[in-house]
Design a protein around this ligand. Structure first.
Ligand SMILES: NC(=O)c1ccc[n+]([C@@H]2O[C@H](COP(=O)([O-])OP(=O)(O)OC[C@H]3O[C@@H](n4cnc5c(N)ncnc54)[C@H](OP(=O)(O)O)[C@@H]3O)[C@@H](O)[C@H]2O)c1
Length: 357
């Protein structure tokens, strides 16, 4: 029969509790401290959602623009992250985090990132402020960015892990360029493409951020599809920079809340076979956990919504040397918050999938 020994049990309990407390403290200390500026935006809220559940980090601060002085909760994230969003505070960011995510308008990132880097923290910036290397192109598309800080790396994770691992500032790729580059880079590198490439892209409305405009207003967007910014979109410069080739990029707004589908039209060098196309893509993504090749079964936005996957399918017309690729991502995950966390994992030497699968 169980005999209750009061003092001995209490002693054991106290010991166990202190061992457990020490273990918990040690585990807490082993976590990397991360913080988010722009946590109330569409991309920022996705970051909170992912980082709050990431097993190797501790989310220490989530900040808004500072336009409101009172801390506020994020109702959609209750029980996922129960902290309060604070107004932007640079000192707090630097004191409370080792890696800081910026999910801000690019002018705000252009101003803030160099200050954070000067104070010794690492930064992952989701805006376009630091993506363009040519000063002339940067002045045209991102005039608020006067220079690229030392240690800035363009952060398309796939194939760029070595640079990202040691970067001080990871400039996360744009949403449209992510899908276009993942589809095109392996074929371009293998020398299979020739002549013009057309990237015909469709995006859900969250790509424009949370501030409503006439174009993104429900009654304008619902029941319609519109091309916009033809020859005027800064993602053209980004795709061309990274691909090293000219593209015609035409974005469209479609009445979806999230997701990007790109239909990419290209010409293959005469003699290129369907097998060569498949081999180039398969070799490029053999070790890429978030790129799923679907071959002739063309992917749809619903297959990747709310995930960090990029699905790529293709059709080849061997006789006429034509290729059509279809690449899809969730603009807020693989196009923003998910790839930013994928980059964080690489920076910390973790498995790329940590917290994302
Ligand atoms: N949406 C996408 O699909 C997507 C994809 C890839 C990259 N991006 C890039 O990621 C960044 C964030 O995009 P988003 O769509 O999440 O934007 P958003 O919904 O408009 O959110 C912007 C966030 O920045 C804060 N903010 C605005 N002005 C600020 C300032 N001057 N100083 C400090 N904080 C400020 C806002 O705080 P308040 O709530 O206080 O206003 C909000 O938290 C942008 O640079 C965008 O280009 C977006």
């Amino acid at each position: 029969m169980y005999k209750y020994s009061f003092p001995a049990d209490l002693e054991t309990m106290a010991l166990t509790t202190s061992v457990e407390r020490d273990r918990a403290n040690a585990a807490e200390k082993a976590l990397t401290r991360v913080a988010i500026a722009g946590a109330t935006g569409y991309a920022g809220q996705e970051l909170v959602r992912i980082l709050a559940r990431h097993p190797r980090v501790r989310l220490t601060a989530a900040m808004s623009s500072g336009a409101t002085s009172a801390p506020r909760p994020l109702p959609a994230l209750a029980r996922i992250w129960d902290g309060a969003v604070q107004p932007l505070d640079v000192d707090r960011l630097v004191n409370e985090a080792d890696v800081i995510f910026l999910a801000l308008p690019e002018a705000a990132s252009a101003e803030l990132a160099p200050k954070l880097l000067d104070r010794g923290v690492r930064v992952i910036d989701l805006s376009g402020a630091f993506r363009i290397r040519s000063a002339a192109d940067r002045e045209r598309w991102y005039p608020a960015t006067t220079a690229l800080p030392e240690g800035t790396v363009y952060g398309l994770t796939e194939g760029h892990q070595a640079e990202i691992r040691t970067a001080r500032l990871v400039s996360n790729p744009g949403c449209y360029p992510t899908a276009a580059l993942l589809a095109l880079e392996p074929l371009h590198r293998a020398g299979l493409l020739t002549g013009p490439v057309v990237v015909d892209a469709k995006s859900g409305v969250s790509g424009a951020g949370k501030t409503p405009s006439e174009r993104t207003h429900f009654s304008e967007n619902h029941g319609s599809v519109a091309a916009y910014a033809v020859f005027q979109h800064r993602h053209t410069a980004e795709i061309e920079q990274e691909l090293g080739a000219a593209v015609t990029f035409v974005p469209h707004l479609v009445p979806l809340d999230r997701g990007i589908l790109e239909t990419i039209y290209g010409n293959l060098k005469p003699g290129t076979t369907e097998q060569q196309v498949a081999d180039a893509l398969t070799a490029a993504y053999a070790d890429a956990p978030f790129v799923r090749l679907t071959g002739g079964a063309l992917p749809e936005i619903k297959h990747v919504a709310h995930t960090n996957f990029c699905d790529i399918g293709w059709k080849v017309d061997q006789e006429r040397h034509r290729i059509v690729l279809v690449a899809i991502i969730d603009n807020l995950i693989k196009g923003a918050a998910g790839s930013a966390v994928q980059n964080l994992n690489v920076m910390l030497g973790l498995d790329e999938r940590t917290g994302l699968l």
